[in-house]
Write a protein that binds this ligand. Structure first.
Ligand code: GDP
Ligand code: IMO
Ligand code: MG
Length: 416
């Protein structure tokens, strides 16, 4: 197997983790390289459900090495709780879970700042997960952040915290206690410290799988700014978040839901603010894995999808939750936007414009049959195959993996 990237190509929650879990069977190392515990990655294995926030989904395989790269931001207490929970379920981390010392640390103050920004100013509400992700990345960019490696040196940690509190003009009375709590809590993770760039360079023979978090339309720069997350969710995030050269990547799998969803604020041209949207939400159980918020649902937007396929230079598509569309009389695909008298086929760089466009739809026949037990492409209803074929035409890419249910088994792989 080549080195593979699995990238979300919508606004997150595309079922990346299910595809990661499916492909990880062939990998040696699974890496998270951006984002933090704003992610919620669900895997159903043998009927058992696991939700990962920080730990790479590959940890379920006892023989895989899992890594958090330098581009990740870590809420230490959330990480320890997640590890404890998984350890209780029999997952062993010893000698196979590593963290780059450059990874950022999300502090309680970051969560407070995130929460305050969301609650205090409705005008700039993003609908974040309130996990402190934006404030943590901001501090790292401002060069006052705390990094994982700092947690193992109490003196350095105190100094860094002082700098950060000064920067925010906050009283530093709690710094000693916080430094000690972080220092003591981090101790059991001392053996996990490992520079990812050197590690990957030393293990060039190993097969690597990069597990993306969030999705291309939430990318800090390429996404629907300012309604985005604070990391680079598109392909370049792999290099800046792990030190791995993209020249060594052999396969890029773009993950798309069969319809579109988004959590939080921001433009969503094909959103269904009606009963049909509610039906899809219930049928697809579209409630956030991290915050439990109802996800906004809408039709597949091929303008946005072509944009994310281009940005990520994807080789192939994993199309997920196709079963959720079963039972609909007809299914729509947005093939362009109308803005006044103009037709737009390039994804706008501006959220205000995106808010004003009207989708141009193509309508396809739906299918009635339950497809959750189908295991071959040929056995899918004709209308489902026509839908897949039309998406392939519009995106100019092959759909090689089709997911028809949450379980690992409910996955159709098409022959090349
Ligand atoms: P991620 O963040 O991209 O990994 O996706 P999430 O885990 O947040 O959300 C995907 C949800 O869809 C999870 O609850 C999965 O268990 C579920 N899921 C994954 N694939 C399928 C599928 O093909 N059909 C259905 N009905 N559910 C799926
Ligand atoms: P996974 O990896 C869906 C969204 C939030 C909000 C915006 C900014 O499970 O696909 P943040 O807390 O990152 O500052 O919030 O990004 N968001 C996600 N939406 N899936 C995710 O992760 C998300 N992570 C962040 O809802 O709109
Ligand atoms: Mg998710």
């Amino acid at each position: 197997m080549a080195n593979v990237a699995v990238l979300g190509c919508i606004w997150g929650d595309e079922a990346k983790a299910k595809i990661v879990d499916f492909l990880a069977a062939e990998a040696d190392i699974v890496i998270r390289y951006q984002g933090g515990n704003n992610a919620g990655h669900t895997i159903v294995s043998n009927g058992k459900k696991y939700i990962f926030h920080l730990i790479p989904a590959g940890i379920l395989y006892p023989d895989k090495i899992c890594f958090l790269g330098n581009g990740v931001v870590i809420d230490l207490f959330a990480l320890l709780a997640e590890m404890e929970n998984l350890s209780d379920q029999g997952i062993d981390f010893h000698n196979r879970f590593f963290i780059d010392p450059r990874a950022g640390i999300v502090l309680p103050i970051h969560r407070q700042l995130d929460e305050a920004a969301e609650n205090d100013s409705p005008a700039i509400k993003i609908g974040t997960t309130k996990r402190g992700i934006g404030p943590c990345y901001s501090d790292l960019t401002a060069r006052v952040g705390i990094r994982f490696g700092d947690l193992f040196h109490l003196q350095i940690l105190r100094q860094r915290l002082k700098r950060l509190y000064n920067y925010h003009k906050l009283s530093d009375y709690e710094i000693d206690d916080l430094a000690e709590a972080l220092y003591l809590s981090a101790k059991p993770l001392a053996e996990c410290r490992q520079q990812i760039s050197y590690f990957l360079n030393r293990h060039q023979d190993k097969r690597i799988l990069f597990e993306g978090a969030q999705g291309a339309l939430l990318d800090l720069s390429f996404g629907t700014y300012p309604f985005v997350t604070s990391s680079h969710t598109t392909i370049g995030g792999i290099t800046t978040g792990s030190g791995f050269s993209l020249r060594r990547l052999g396969r890029v799998v773009g993950v798309y839901k069969s319809y579109f969803t988004r959590v939080g604020e921001g433009p969503f041209p094909t959103e269904l603010k009606n009963e049909l949207g509610d039906i899809i939400r219930e049928h697809g159980n579209e409630y956030g894995s991290t915050t439990g918020r109802p996800r906004r649902c809408g039709w597949f937007d091929a303008v946005a999808a072509r944009y994310s396929a281009m940005l990520n230079d994807i080789d192939e598509i994993a199309l997920t939750l196709l079963d959720v569309l079963s039972g609909l009389d007809s299914i729509r695909i947005c093939t362009g936007y109308r803005m006044n008298e103009t037709i737009i086929t390039d994804f706008p760089d501006n959220s205000e414009i995106l808010n004003q466009v009207t989708p141009i739809y193509e309508e396809l026949k739906g299918w009635k049959d339950d497809i959750t037990q189908i295991s071959s492409y040929q056995a899918l209803p004709v209308a489902a195959r026509e839908y897949i074929g039309r998406l392939e035409e519009l995106l100019d890419r092959k759909i090689t993996i089709i997911s028809v249910g949450p379980d690992r088994e409910q996955t159709i792989v098409r022959q090349k």
